[in-house]
Design a protein around this ligand. Structure first.
Ligand SMILES: Cc1cc2nc3c(=O)[nH]c(=O)nc-3n(C[C@H](O)[C@H](O)[C@H](O)COP(=O)(O)OP(=O)(O)OC[C@H]3O[C@@H](n4cnc5c(N)ncnc54)[C@H](O)[C@@H]3O)c2cc1C
Length: 422
């Protein structure tokens, strides 16, 4: 059994664990840091199940701060460092009815002030771009009406980026800075001891002294838990509440003449379809033009159990009964599309305000609750987690924005609710 004690063990080599490990080494280059994961490589948890999208349109200031800075980092890595992230901008086209549109004015104003390109289209503007492909006032489904497309917001600072390549970049930077990695190490439990050593007691504070699993124990002075959807299952047994719940999300790739028509017959510049979000159910479509595909998913919250699943499976009935009716009401050409590919993964969901929880309890720093946008916020979450780990009051994001880290913590949390979670 290894008797070595690392300064810090980071548990979880998804995009958030890799980003956090890199930022810990950047803040404390001399410290010894071990990044652990049960999988044989980084990014094999829910990071690789992501739909790989990014956008700067969020309703909460905290989310906008985190994504704007992370997107700037993505551009820097790809354009200036020359590391291929498969980043491509094609925008997001968020359609909504009058009521939702009114609630968006603050977010749009803030984005414009910060230099983002935002276009607002009324019904005529939407028709100019999608013409007959879209039905803006769809018929009701089983007597239940659907919101109309009264407006659409087109944000340009949005598109796709490879989550796996991004996690690999953070991880390779971490190793370049002298960080160590160990893959194939499954953690079964966090070992507690009292703050003065020996077994934990109720009259002394406790700390985690090591992580333990079938391959032995890895001892550390500080622990970072960035285990995504699995985080509650690791922290609940030691009485640390991370305030998030795992929930499954599924996506389906569609192919066929209706998909081809959307790719070819739209009137966006260069016929480049943006990501489309429909006004009902958070149903969205990601274009993959080169493969003639549209990947669809939805904000599947109600009726879906909060339950940890290691390897969730997509349910064809969910496409047929939930996503399909909304999709084909607005985009009837997609009726009868083939489904050559589908997959499912899990969100770690902050059910209260939809923003991440990044906090420290004893010697454990927790970075969790990315709520479906962890790729596009990864660098910022990593910086805040590294600052929390170091005991800093503020974190400086890639674009220079300063964040009071306690705002994303538990005890003096101060963030608005994020309303654009899909
Ligand atoms: C269908 C779907 C679509 C999504 N689309 C987007 C999107 O378009 N854009 C976006 O920004 N985000 C998206 N997300 C969210 C994004 O994937 C997550 O926010 C992000 O991957 C979270 O990263 P993570 O590092 O926290 O988790 P993970 O990638 O799951 O990493 C956690 C790691 O911890 C390891 N681990 C867990 N338990 C243990 C243990 N006991 N011992 C050892 N190792 C352990 C796991 O093996 C895993 O590698 C999507 C998610 C899903 C499911």
């Amino acid at each position: 059994m290894s008797s070595r004690v690392w300064d810090t063990v980071v548990l979880g080599a998804g995009v958030l664990g890799c980003a956090t490990a890199m930022h810990i080494k950047l803040l404390a280059p001399e410290s010894t840091v071990l990044l652990l994961d049960r999988n044989p490589r980084p990014a094999m948890g829910n990071t690789r199940k992501s739909v790989a999208l990014f956008r700067d349109l969020f309703t909460s200031r905290a989310s906008r701060d985190m994504v704007l800075a992370t997107i700037a980092l993505l551009d820097h890595v790809q354009d200036e460092l020359g590391y291929r992230l498969d980043l491509k901008r094609y925008g997001y086209y968020w359609m909504m009815d009058e009521e939702r549109y009114r609630a968006m004015s603050n977010a749009i104003g803030d984005l414009r002030v910060r230099g983002s390109e935002v276009e607002q289209h009324g019904r005529d503007g939407v028709s100019e771009r999608l013409g007959e492909l879209l039905v803006p006032e769809p018929a009701s489904i089983d007597g239940r009406s659907l919101p109309h497309v009264d407006h659409a917001i087109l944000v340009q600072n949005a598109g796709t980026v490879s989550p796996t390549r991004l996690a690999l970049w953070y991880e390779s930077e971490f190793r370049r800075l002298g960080g160590e990695v160990e893959y194939g190490f499954k953690v079964d439990r966090l070992a507690l001891e009292s703050e003065r050593g020996g077994s934990a007691t109720v009259w002394e504070g406790a700390r985690v002294s090591a992580v333990e699993g079938p391959l032995g124990r890895r001892a550390a002075v500080e622990l970072v838990v960035a285990a995504g959807a699995w985080t509650p299952s690791l922290l609940d047994p030691i009485g640390v509440d991370c305030h998030v719940k795992p929930q499954t999300r599924q996506v389906f790739g569609l192919k066929g003449p209706g998909v081809d028509a959307l790719h070819a017959e739209n009137h966006f510049p260069g016929s480049e379809l943006p990501v489309i979000v429909l006004p009902a159910g958070g149903v969205y479509l990601k274009p993959i033009r080169a493969q003639g595909l549209l990947v669809v998913g939805c904000a599947d919250r109600w009726g879906r159990a909060y339950a940890l699943e290691d390897d969730p499976r997509p349910e064809p009935r969910f496409l047929d009964n939930q996503i399909g009716p909304v999709l084909t009401a607005y985009l009837p050409g997609l009726r009868g599309a083939e489904v050559p590919v589908s997959w499912a993964g899990q969100y770690h969901y902050n059910t209260l305000d939809g923003n991440p929880y990044i906090f420290k309890e004893s010697n454990i720093t927790v970075a969790v609750g990315s709520s479906g946008s962890g790729i596009m916020k990864s660098d910022s979450i990593g910086r805040v987690a590294a600052a929390v780990h170091a005991g800093n009051v503020e974190a400086k994001l890639f674009d220079g924005t300063r964040v009071r880290v306690a705002n994303l913590g538990v005890r003096s949390r101060n963030v608005e609710e994020e309303k654009l979670i899909i």
